[in-house]
Each structure stands twice: as structure tokens, then as C-alpha cells.
Ligand binder design. Sequence first.
Ligand code: ZN
Length: 166
Amino acid sequence: MSVHWSALLVIGIILVTGYKELIHAIIAATSYFTILLVHEYGHGFVANKLGYKVFETRIAFFHGMCVFEEPYSEEHHIKIAWAGSLAQLLVAIPLIALSQVKAVSDISYLGPVYAFLGYISVFVALVNLAPSQGLDGHIAWRIIPLTYKKWRSKPKKKKKNYKIVK
Ligand SMILES: [Zn+2]
């Protein structure tokens, strides 16, 4: 794993601007990078499960990067593309639910965790799924034509012919 210099810039910005208390700023910065890690490891996890080698996980300013062996099937590529955002939602949704519990949400140190790993992460996951070149959505939404093609090529059930003897 490597961290791009621009990622360190984010830490700087969070430290300088966002939070008055240093500890909150550190928790915020850590949470921000955890989002990127969860996302990239989501890709890596599924790529690995499907039998592909994961060469590198990189973390940069707005997003990371997961470098893996070229998939030999379109379906695998699509699954790997979905895995990043789905991993984020898998973490974000329980956290958002947990933040609704008053006893837990009263712990102020957890505030930045809920904000980043919860709400902001959901936003980041959705942005990543936008069907635009360079984003996961560019590959992920190919699931629609692929599913359609699969459905079309499915052999139609032949009506069974029958014979009667009396
Ligand atoms: Zn991704």
C-alpha cells in the first residue's frame, strides 16, 4: 500500500480548518482515509475471491486505486467494480443506524467517525457509481446490458412434444 502526497494534504486541510480540537481533527482525518481504504479493499477483496492477483492498493486525494490482474470475464470485472461502493455502504449504513442511538451519539469523539464513515461515505459511494469514464460506475452499470444479454441468450424452454398410445 502507498499513500499519495495529495492524501497528506487532506490531513493538513482537516487539521487546519475543520475542527477546533486536535483530537477531533485527527479522528476526522483518520475516518476520511478509512473510507478510501474500505473502498479499495472492497475491490481487492472481491478480486481476490474471484482468483485475481491484487498488485497494489493506493490511496490518494479523492480516491484510491486498486491494481489487480485483468479479469478474463466482463462479469468479474463488473463484480469487482461494484465491490468498492458496496463495501463502503456495508460500513456506513450500520454506523448511521448506530449514530441514531442517543447514548452512542453523545460521545463527541465519535462525531467525526459518523460524519465521515457514515454520511460522507454514502455520498462518496454514490458519486463513484456515477456512470462516467474513470469512475466505478462506468464499469458497474454494464451489469444491465450483461444481464439482458444473459437473459436473451438463455435457451427458451422447448415445449415438450408428446405421443399418446392407446
Ligand atoms: Zn472504486
